[in-house]
Design a protein around this ligand. Structure first.
Ligand code: 9MG
Length: 278
């Protein structure tokens, strides 16, 4: 049984686990500004835990193309009170969606368990901070940076290049002192990828799941879904998100990062029933 050891409990990765998204940003692409107070944010987490989230991912910086830049202090002011309040009320594992070393340090001290960095610990000081903290990290593939990544993504072979890039970055993390059992990898759906790149990655996800690191996946409400179902409003992509989560579970995802926990838990219950059928 693959277990991810965390300060607050552990995650059994032998079956896909749900990571519930909590954006404490005013401008996130699908739920920006939904939680105006700390207490509203914690109530939303309570609902996600009740619905089946095994871990909560808290982020204070939007990575939407064109999103406003935040200062370190702004990010700390958004994230820390929620981490503290959530930790005071629940034992649930908490993930920090951040690229900022100061937020990693303060967030882990406030009770978070894992670092989820879409920039793969490339900001100055991030790799060293994560290694010193000795907590699990999720490193994600992105071509370019959030401001420009969707301008002209280009690959000769997206699946191969994403795989090689993740393996190379994971090796650098290990060389910096992060334990192999503390590294998760993520192909970064929508981060510097065309719609067809994203579907190639989804189709060949098993190749990434075969690598020696658990696979975390985020495609909840993303535009790759909207492009196929012709739905411009992210909030109306719930059914497509749940279906995509099921596809990821079937292709070896260990953690699935979602907005819609209840619907995802339902499809994963079906998946479990199928897995356990004789
Ligand atoms: C913060 N964030 C937004 N999308 C994401 C994704 O696909 N994966 C991970 N790990 N984090 C994400």
């Amino acid at each position: 049984m693959a277990l991810l050891h965390l300060t607050h409990g552990s995650l059994d990765l032998s079956f896909p686990q749900i990571m519930g998204i909590l954006n404490v940003t005013p401008d996130s692409f699908s739920d920006g500004g939904s939680h105006p107070t700390v207490s509203a944010a914690v109530d939303h987490c309570a609902r996600m835990i009740e619905e089946g989230a095994a871990i909560i991912d808290i982020g204070g910086e939007s990575t939407r193309p064109g999103a406003a830049q935040v200062t370190v202090q702004e990010e700390l002011d958004r994230v820390l009170p929620v981490v503290e309040a959530l930790r005071a009320r629940f034992e649930v594992p908490i993930s920090l969606d951040t690229s900022t070393p100061e937020v990693m340090q303060a967030g882990i001290e406030a009770g978070a368990d894992l670092i989820n960095d879409v920039r793969s610990l490339t900001r100055p000081g991030a790799l060293e901070a994560a290694a010193a903290l000795q907590v699990p990290v999720c490193i994600m593939h992105m071509q370019g940076d959030p401001q420009t990544m969707q301008d002209k993504p280009h690959y000769e072979n997206c699946v191969q290049e994403v795989k090689e890039s993740l393996l190379q970055r994971a090796a650098q993390c290990e060389a910096a002192g992060i334990k192999r059992e503390n590294i998760l990898i993520d192909p970064g759906f929508g981060f510097g990828k065309t719609v067809s790149d994203n579907y190639a990655l989804l189709k060949h996800l098993l190749e990434l799941a075969a690598l020696p690191y658990p696979l975390l996946i985020g495609l909840s409400r993303k535009s790759m879904l909207g492009a196929v179902i012709n739905e411009p409003d992210p909030k109306k992509r719930v059914l497509a998100s749940a279906a995509a989560a099921l596809m990821c579970a079937e292709r070896g995802a260990a953690v699935i990062r979602v907005h819609d926990v209840k619907e995802t838990a339902q499809v994963l219950a079906l998946y479990r029933a199928l897995q356990e059928a004789r």
